[in-house]
Design a protein around this ligand. Structure first.
Ligand SMILES: Cc1cc2nc3c(=O)[nH]c(=O)nc-3n(C[C@H](O)[C@H](O)[C@H](O)COP(=O)(O)O)c2cc1C
Length: 364
């Protein structure tokens, strides 16, 4: 009998680790302790998270970096093979794969995802991304498609049919014309592994509403978080489905507020990798358009700190206060990044998890 997937477990607010597979994690900094993302680093971080009872380990999908002093993010592990390795070395945490729809054929994705789900005894997860970087897609000879979410819809349909159809099937879509398709084994999770879509735009939200279990998204302020959540719920209701929400936060958790803020200033401002930061921010029209000029410095700090995600900076108590507020806006959980995951996860799990239990956010 398959155990329930960790994202379907009892904790009111689920926690995961994001982007440990990539150089720097989510940060764009030159501090010497920046995340090297070697295999042993990933393994150690995943095992710390697994033993602490965090729900998921989620990679970023990246094919090229942003240059600068350290060629940040250029080094990143491919996510099917990364998840397969970690699935064999962990016991209860969910292992996600983050997959660029236009880069990976859905029949290949169906088989690779099913393989990881078998290795992980049903702990696999799929994070679908349509991508945004023309330079990255250019490496594959692929242009960014305006209709990317139509392709993503077909892509998901093919994967679900690979698992669900008992007989060979043909598929005729705008993006895929497939003949006599078979793919065994199916994933252990039925009808398919837990799926999220990482997106921000209305098209992305509609895709998640129609096809996924969760939307993985960002927000500028807690107030915005609530508005986004209400909008997504409305779209899901229109599609006759229920879609949960996850977000991403970068974390600096320290004994005192002053210590946490000083370190945030040091790694994300004083020692930010300016050249890589400029490349990163200019490259992403969607994220950048969320901020006006007055907020530009704050946006820069957030991009250097954690790819524009929400900052959780402070004492364990302050971080739990913020997580309570995010949960109250209708979010099911957050994926977290740290400057150095293996140095910082133990303090976070030792100090924040008990306070989350006291606050009613988690039972374990
Ligand atoms: C939380 C979050 C995580 C994302 N992770 C990735 C990623 O790993 N790789 C990637 O190329 N794009 C990633 N994206 C970008 C999306 O793939 C997408 O290109 C971007 O959100 C713009 O699309 P949209 O217009 O649907 O929002 C992420 C977006 C969000 C909101």
């Amino acid at each position: 009998m398959l155990k329930p997937h960790p994202l379907k477990g009892p904790n009111r607010f689920k926690l995961g680790v994001f982007s440990a597979n990539a150089d720097g994690g989510l940060a764009i900094t030159t501090v010497p302790e920046r995340w090297p993302a070697r295999w042993t680093d990933n393994l150690t971080a995943a095992q710390i998270a697994d033993r602490a009872g965090l729900e998921f380990f989620l990679p970023i999908a990246r094919w090229r970096g942003y240059g600068g002093k350290n060629r940040v993010r250029e080094w990143s592990f491919e996510t099917f093979t990364w998840a397969a390795g970690l699935a064999a070395a962990t016991e209860q945490i969910a292992l996600f794969m983050t997959v660029h729809v236009p880069v990976v054929h859905p029949i290949y994705a169906a088989k690779a995802l099913a393989t990881v789900d078998h290795i992980a005894s049903g702990r696999a997860g799929l994070n679908i991304v349509c991508g945004w970087s023309p330079a990255e897609f250019g490496m594959f000879g692929i242009a960014l498609h305006e209709d990317g979410y139509t392709q993503a819809g077909e892509w998901m349909d093919v994967i679900e049919r690979c698992y669900g159809d008992d007989q060979p099937f043909d598929f005729e879509g705008k993006f895929y014309t497939l003949k006599d398709v078979v793919s065994r084994p199916a994933a252990l999770q039925a009808p398919r592994p837990v799926t999220m879509n990482a997106a921000f735009s209305p098209h992305g939200r509609d895709f998640a509403a129609a096809h996924c279990d969760f939307l993985f998204t960002t927000f500028g302020t807690i107030e915005d978080a609530g508005k986004h959540a209400a909008d997504v719920r409305q779209r899901a209701a229109a599609a006759g489905r229920d879609v949960g929400l996850y977000t991403v936060c970068h974390v600096v958790c320290r004994e005192t507020q002053a210590e946490a803020e000083a370190y945030y200033q040091r790694y994300a401002v004083e020692m930010a990798d300016q050249s890589a930061l400029e490349t990163r921010m200019s490259g992403n029209r969607h994220f950048a358009s969320e901020f006006d000029k007055a907020a530009f410095e704050q946006a820069q700090k957030r991009f250097a700190g954690g790819a524009g995600s929400y900052p959780l900076v402070g004492t364990p108590e302050k971080i739990v206060e913020d997580l309570l507020a995010i949960s109250a806006q209708g979010y099911a959980g957050a994926a977290l990044s740290f400057v150095n995951y293996t140095y910082e996860l133990p303090f976070f799990t030792d100090r924040v998890l008990p306070l989350m239990r006291e606050a009613g956010l988690r039972t374990a």
